[in-house]
Design a protein around this ligand. Structure first.
Ligand code: HEC
Length: 101
């Protein structure tokens, strides 16, 4: 047992490295279309992750977007009001919607 702990300790220590150079991370912003409900998206959808998650879904049905909004509220506990739930779904379907799945 002691041997294993020792080996693990050595392995971990040898993985350590000191990085002194400054790392520049590229900042990417994902733009979404602007209309009267953009503010609904701003107050509900941008403080956990970027709009990239939305843009990556491609065109989807109204039902799909409604399920997404409900998932954000029910699973990830986003405090989305019933009114904003409908407005966000409306916005998503308007800009990223398609007729059928
Ligand atoms: C409370 C935090 C939170 C808020 C607010 C939030 N999300 Fe999310 N969202 C998440 C998490 C966590 C994931 C899953 C991340 C992962 O799997 O890497 C996610 C994933 C997604 C995805 C990817 C598809 C999926 O099913 O995982 C979409 C699309 C999405 N969110 C849209 C939205 C929209 C639209 C809103 C606003 C109505 C919103 N999110 C607000 C936390 C949030």
């Amino acid at each position: 047992m002691k041997k294993i702990v020792f080996i693990l300790l050595i392995a971990t220590l040898s993985l350590q490295a000191v990085y002194t150079e400054k790392v520049k991370m590229k900042s990417i912003s994902f733009e979404i279309p602007v209309d009267k409900n953009t503010i609904v998206m701003q107050r509900n959808c941008q403080w956990c992750h970027s709009y990239g998650y939305i843009l990556n879904q491609g065109k989807q049905s109204r039902e799909f977007w409604h399920k997404i909004v409900l998932k954000m509220r029910n699973t990830y506990k986003a405090p989305i009001s019933p009114r904003d739930e409908l407005l966000a779904t409306e916005y998503l379907y308007k800009h990223f919607g398609k007729e059928k799945n």
